[in-house]
Design a protein around this ligand. Structure first.
Ligand code: ZN
Ligand code: ZN
Ligand code: ZN
Ligand code: ZN
Length: 326
């Protein structure tokens, strides 16, 4: 199918773009040519791969090629990649009404297609309880859409008017699943995911990775899936971070797995805490690692818990917004 091919090409385009962004920001004002030793602000010709060796011109770069060892260069490329990968990612935004951090669990927040706000379940539930009219948006007071078609229209409007990446990703998921009166289209779903990804929406990277794992609209490609999970994880997707941990664990890279799980725990992934406990039991992680993970999860809970959210969770099992440590 030609549409599938197109999407793959576009996805690669996004990859290149992001690769360039992540390596472009470590420029010093003056540098030394690795070949002739010349110093100056005009020594800007870098090794295309590791970007960490500089030359004054293309001739010096060419002369130095046999001295700039492939292994060394590759090691540096891997180092730079890991520096980016294991940086503490940004955390989920706060609820715009109660100003508390939004929980990791999807059931703990609601996307409002009227105003594009992601509000916590606690605030949503409080309004539902208070108002006699069911389904008023707790942020902008718009009544909830009366039909599937109206909700889809709202998504489309959010996209047209505000370039809303949440709406793009949401609508993409509806196309992927063939829900809310839409006929299933993986091509449309991917197109929307890519648009949202270009705007930096981490869930969209996650969904692209998922497409590569499942082979929905693209050919199964685990390497690409990993790449998108990495982008998602670096942007703060804790679910992707957990998946990266799983990937490393299955490969027997327990140290890297632990690093991913540790970040995932801080992002609220309860399963990651369980994995760290397993690693500790199997003597693949230290007691201090496990203790640190427990503290980190507790700190996460302290940030997201509130009476209002507890009240919503008590009213309906579907509104659960966290799992207790054990
Ligand atoms: Zn030179
Ligand atoms: Zn190099
Ligand atoms: Zn709230
Ligand atoms: Zn609203």
């Amino acid at each position: 199918m030609s549409t599938t091919q197109n999407n793959t090409a576009e996805i690669d385009g996004v990859c290149d773009m992001l690769n360039n962004i992540s390596t472009a920001d470590n420029d010093d004002s003056t540098s030394t040519c690795a070949n002739c030793g010349k110093e100056g602000s005009d020594v800007t010709n870098t090794c295309n791969k590791c970007k960490s060796v500089k030359y004054c011109n293309a001739a010096c770069k060419k002369k130095h090629r046999h001295k700039h060892k492939k292994k060394e260069c590759e090691r540096r490329v891997a180092e730079l990649h890991d520096e980016q990968l294991f940086k503490q990612p940004p955390q989920l935004e706060d609820c715009p009404i109660c100003f508390l951090r939004l929980p990791y669990l999807g059931s703990g927040s609601v996307y409002m297609s009227c105003c594009g706000k992601l509000v916590c379940r606690g605030c949503y539930y409080a309004v539902t309880k208070r108002d006699t009219i069911i389904g008023l948006c707790p942020f902008c007071r718009t009544p909830s859409s009366s039909s599937d078609a109206e909700m889809i229209q709202r998504f489309e409007k959010r996209i047209d008017v505000d370039d809303d990446a949440y709406a793009m990703h949401n609508l993409g998921c509806r196309y992927r699943n063939g829900e809310y009166g839409l006929s299933q289209s993986h091509a449309k779903a991917l197109k929307l995911f890519l648009r949202a990804a270009e705007l930096g929406h981490t869930d969209a990277y996650y969904s692209i990775a998922r497409a590569y794992v499942m082979g929905t609209g693209v050919v199964v490609d685990m390497e690409k899936a990993l790449h998108y999970w990495e982008l998602a994880a670096m942007g703060g997707s804790a679910a992707s971070r957990y998946n990266l941990g799983e990937f490393e664990r299955q490969d027997g890279n327990y140290h890297r797995a632990l690093k991913h799980y540790m970040i995932a725990v801080a992002g609220g992934v309860h399963n990651a805490l369980g994995r760290i406990q397993e690693l500790y039991t199997d003597r693949r992680a230290a007691k201090e690692d496990y203790a640190k993970a427990l503290r980190s999860y507790q700190a996460y809970l302290d940030e997201i818990r509130s009476d209002q959210r507890d009240e919503a969770a008590a009213a309906d099992d579907d509104y659960t917004y966290y799992h207790s440590a054990f």
